[in-house]
Ligand binder design. Structure first.
Ligand code: ZN
Length: 496
């Protein structure tokens, strides 16, 4: 090997080719795969994953990284890439092949038990396999290493640099404020939204979703939309970023905000720097920052009065049953506040309690103060404490999310971080873009997209999450941006 940066980049491009091929197979699995195809598809993905791991952890590649990290004359972006790859390399080589195989078997067992437990609405059928998976995740945290809390090691995989103590501070700051705001809302007249759950023609919904994506600036020459059970975004390169949605004939909200949400993720992926393909800086920063992009579009833009001033006439044309509903009432309905059991159906305020509950449970599991047997009751107790409702079944409670069955401990907090970052970024966009709201009211969203492109997308992973936040807003993540947004918006809707 010649130990050049070019050689390093070429190796990573090949790895990206393998990883994106895995992504194509995974996308196909969710969108088109016939039932009998599942077995071989899992095998094909496992083979390619093992190949990618083998190529990435090759000792020769390690030497190349080591040499380049000591080499003078690299620019700051190149040095950053080498640093990030070296960190990944060191982490990846800490795990024995035996450990990786064992972990993937435990994930697969837990996932199948979770499916079975859901079918029978019985957490106990899943508890044993979940317990085994938790044990190996504890081992994983020890292998990765951490400074003060084992959970930090898991968190770092989704949100690099974030720690338990920072999250504790964020949540304990926002919790009493949310409780207070919801309490004041509950004392007011409630909003009616039943007209959102009449029959909405599926084809019209599909066409409307495409219209919204086009309006956001999603490039259909570099992507497409399909239907899947759970909406998601997946990238094969910035020039091919796919989104999916689901359509419920009796619930208009489902498709609409999932389209806008996934569209926000997709714009980020389409906007990443093409010439950095394969390099760390060719990727998004973290799950929290990714989620900030989807939520900013979904909530700050897509649930605003300005946005619907532009889009409501077209919506009414497609769905005449709304013709007697005023824009004002429609706007209130799509922002209705009320507690519920299901995280993915939660409003903008209650959402964070769903996250806090999962976060508290995960933290207790990994500090060893909560056993698998206690998870279900703790879950139900916390719902009663925070949301005032006790899940009536396991499906509506502890079995609702797939994340744990995939071994995704440390993931949930990134959803709340996304909302908080999103609110902070949007507040700055409103300050910096003159006439932003007038533009949105006229149906022109180009300024939102171009601002995000310049401030977020084109940097890829050049900055850490908090660093990007400081560059954009002059300070680190500060939840008062989210709270100010929430107080102003819901204060106006509920007349507080
Ligand atoms: Zn998302």
């Amino acid at each position: 090997m010649k130990n050049t940066y070019e050689e390093y980049h070429n190796h990573l491009k090949k790895l990206a080719d393998i990883n994106h091929s895995i992504a194509v197979l995974s996308w196909d699995k969710e969108v088109h795969l016939p039932k009998d195809g599942a077995n071989f598809r899992s095998r094909q993905v496992a083979t390619l994953s093992a190949l990618a791991h083998e190529q990435f952890t090759k000792p020769k590649f390690g030497e190349l990284l080591q040499n380049l990290s000591e080499k003078k004359g690299l620019n700051s972006k190149q040095s950053k890439n080498i640093r990030l790859s070296l960190k990944e390399y060191v982490k990846a080589t800490k795990f024995s092949e035996e450990f990786v195989i064992k972990r993937s078997k435990l994930v697969s067992a837990a996932f199948h038990s979770w499916i079975k437990a859901r079918d029978e609405n019985n957490f106990d059928l899943y508890a044993e396999d979940l317990g085994r998976l938790i044990e190996i995740k504890k081992e994983e945290a020890e292998i990765i290493g951490y400074k003060s809390h084992p959970y930090d090691a898991l968190l770092d995989q989704y949100e690099p640099g974030m720690t338990c103590s920072e999250l504790d501070a964020l949540f304990s700051n926002i919790k009493p404020q949310l409780i207070d705001l919801i309490k004041r809302i509950n004392q007011k007249d409630q909003v009616s939204d039943e007209f959102l759950r009449t029959k909405f023609d599926k084809d019209e919904q599909w066409e409307f979703g495409l219209e919204l994506l086009r309006q956001m600036g999603y490039n259909f020459d570099a992507g497409r939309q399909d239907i899947s059970t759970h909406p998601f975004t997946i990238s094969f390169s910035p020039q091919d970023v796919r989104v999916t949605t689901r359509i419920d004939e009796n619930d208009f909200s489902n498709m609409t905000w999932s389209c806008i949400h996934e569209g926000g993720h997709a714009l980020y992926e389409q906007g990443l720097p093409i010439e950095e393909y394969g390099l760390p800086t060719g990727n998004a920063i973290s799950l929290g920052i990714h989620e900030s992009q989807s939520r900013l579009w979904e909530n700050q833009v897509g649930r605003s009065k300005n946005y619907w001033t532009a889009n409501y006439p077209s919506l009414k044309k497609r769905f005449p049953q709304l013709s007697s509903v005023s824009l004002d009432n429609f706007y209130k309905a799509i922002n209705k506040i009320g507690p519920g059991f299901i995280r993915t159906e939660a409003d903008e305020l209650h959402y964070h309690f769903h996250v806090m509950i999962r976060y508290e449970i995960e933290k207790r599991i990994f500090e060893g103060s909560l056993s698998v047997e206690e998870i279900k009751n703790t879950w139900n107790d916390l719902y009663e404490e925070y949301l005032g409702i006790r899940p009536t079944s396991d499906i509506k409670g502890v079995l609702q999310d797939v994340h744990w069955a995939h071994g995704g401990f440390g993931y949930f907090a990134t959803y709340s971080l996304g909302s908080f970052y999103g609110a902070q970024f949007y507040a700055k966009a409103e300050e910096q873009i003159t006439g932003l709201n007038d533009q949105i009211r006229s149906g022109d969203l180009t300024l939102v997209k171009s601002w995000l492109s310049e401030n977020v997308y084109i940097h890829g992973r050049l900055y850490e999450a908090q660093e990007l936040c400081e560059r954009i807003s002059g300070e680190k993540l500060n939840v008062s941006y989210f709270m100010n947004y929430a107080k102003e918006k819901f204060g106006a809707i509920y007349g507080l």
